[in-house]
Design a protein. Structure first.
Lengths: 111, 111
DNA sequence: GATATAATCAACCAAAAGGTTGAATATATT
DNA sequence: AATATATTCAACCTTTTGGTTGATTATATC
């Protein structure tokens, strides 16, 4: 499971196309900060900040080798987020069929 | 599927405990703005803003009846987000086993 | 018609997000 | 030792976020 704050960090980190692209890049293996930044139009510093956000969310891990920082993708937070979403979908979506839900709403409106 | 911007809005909307609590409340049926706001310590206006964020993400739908605005939970964006995450997990996580991934990384480091 | 209720709008504020540039730090290379 | 490279740190800027309070709009109720 994931605490609310952890979930916040994970979802927030994923709610940005640049950061998702970075993760995608890392999903096929380790890369240095400069390499990760290369495809983007923004500055290296901007990418460095995005990486920090991903690190805070534990979606990215850093391994320093000399002046190079090797970044790698960690799947656990995504797993946790998926678990939360699936669980949520189950409880909010499928548990009630359409009729049941309708009845509940009518009941609520009556009060 | 969901466009990047749609996904951004969905994930951003979900990345806040207040908004998740609002959705949870609505998952058991329609409710008016005031009713939704009641359990929170913050002002009605603050909650109203959160609802707007959820509406922009299409996670909440509004039905006006007189002066009352009835809010309801819509599952589609969550479904789309879940789909994205599952697909992503599949391609980034499980496709390669540990050995394959290691080999790829060694190859990358060699360059 | 007067008043109460449901909700937004508007202005403001502080903090965070996302970007910039320039300086600093640490490590390699010559 | 001098220089180049990899990266962060620091300061700054603009926009967004998350909250406030006070006014406004629309609808019910007495």
């Amino acid at each position: 499971m994931s605490t609310p704050k952890t979930l916040d960090r994970t979802l927030l980190a994923l709610a940005d196309p640049t950061r998702r692209a970075i993760l995608q890049r890392l999903s096929s293996g380790e890369a240095r900060v400069t390499d990760v930044a290369q495809p983007f139009k923004m500055s290296l510093n901007a990418v460095s900040k995005h990486i920090l956000v991903l690190e805070r969310a534990k979606l990215v891990q850093r391994r320093k080798v000399g002046r190079d920082h090797f970044l790698s993708y960690r799947a656990e937070p995504l797993d946790a987020a998926a678990q939360w979403i699936e669980q949520t979908r189950h409880f909010w979506g499928s548990r009630l069929d359409a009729l049941e839900k309708l009845l509940r709403e009518e009941d609520a409106n009556r009060s």
